[in-house]
Design a protein around this ligand. Structure first.
Ligand code: F6R
Length: 271
């Protein structure tokens, strides 16, 4: 029998509505726990969410003054000020617009002389912040979370990793459209560290994500689909637009045309 706790699934009619709903949830969490420790992704998916958070903050409805953030990953060897670095991305989309204190913003150092020591430092920093309260995640078309790429094994903790060609292609826009300029290596928080977060919100939008969302939710727990390891966590909210929810069976989807929420009963655990 399947004794695994279900995902909570939320399907929204539009990306804008999805972003606004998550931003409100984060603003509420900040009100309940001003010293919230957030884990943050980059990429195309959270761009609208970060815009909503900027607006809430400007309107005085989201207060980051006591919060802390830890980004999931960073390219290796890219100068921090390079427009393609995830640090630059975060500055553009969120950090320079909200009232986070500089000392509470944490990113992996892409220029670290010793990447292994840098990964250890990051793990220690997460631990001394008390762990991640709310981890936001995107998902790669190949099922990666953070830069935990599909493979025969996964690293539990923050580590140095080699990016798959499809991941480099997906990030080409940050490097003038040329995927060969996207670094081949990165630093990433590990799956074990992600799974220790108290609450996880995974966001996926667009038809291209429908298949990996389905494999994450319905497939076996396997390192070949790193996001499937989220089935091991008891507090994961999967927030989708309709296109990304295309392959989720109707029983797991809200009936309403607009936003809705459903507990998602997994059928079985295979593999
Ligand atoms: C980036 C990250 C990645 C992305 C994923 C989806 O910090 O953690 O796992 O979330 O590659 O990227 P987009 O949103 O561009 O489709």
């Amino acid at each position: 029998m399947n004794a695994w706790p279900p995902f909570t699934v939320e399907v929204h009619a539009s990306v804008r509505e999805l972003a606004a709903a998550i931003a409100r949830r984060i603003a509420d969490a900040l009100r309940t726990r001003p010293a919230l420790v957030l884990g943050l992704p980059t990429g195309r998916t959270p761009v609208h969410l970060y815009r909503e958070l900027r607006e809430l903050c400007a309107a005085g409805l989201a207060d980051f003054s006591n919060a802390a953030t830890f980004n999931l990953d960073e390219f290796l060897g890219v100068p921090p000020a390079h427009p393609g670095s995830y640090r630059s991305y975060m500055e553009r989309h969120l950090f320079r617009h909200v009232n986070l204190r500089r000392e509470n913003i944490h990113l992996l150092d892409s220029g670290a002389a010793d990447p292994i020591l840098e990964c250890e430092r990051y793990e220690r920093a997460i631990r001394s912040a008390g762990g991640i309260d709310l981890q936001l995640l995107g998902i790669g078309d190949n099922g990666h979370i953070g830069f935990n790429e599909p493979g025969a094994s996964l690293s539990a903790r923050t580590h140095r990793t080699r990016l798959h060609p499809e991941t480099r292609r997906a990030n080409a826009a940050l490097f003038g459209g040329d995927w060969r300029k996207v670094p081949a290596e990165a630093l990433s928080v590990g799956v074990g560290t992600i799974l220790r977060a108290r609450e996880i919100i995974l966001i996926a939008t667009g038809r291209a994500k429908a298949s990996c969302v389905q494999r994450m939710m319905e497939g076996p727990v396997t390192t070949r689909v790193p996001a499937s390891l989220l089935q091991l966590h008891s507090n994961v909210r999967v927030v989708l637009d309709k296109a990304a929810a295309a392959f989720i069976p109707p029983r797991g989807r809200p009936q309403s045309a607009g936003a809705g929420e459903a507990r998602y009963p997994r059928r079985s655990l295979r593999g």
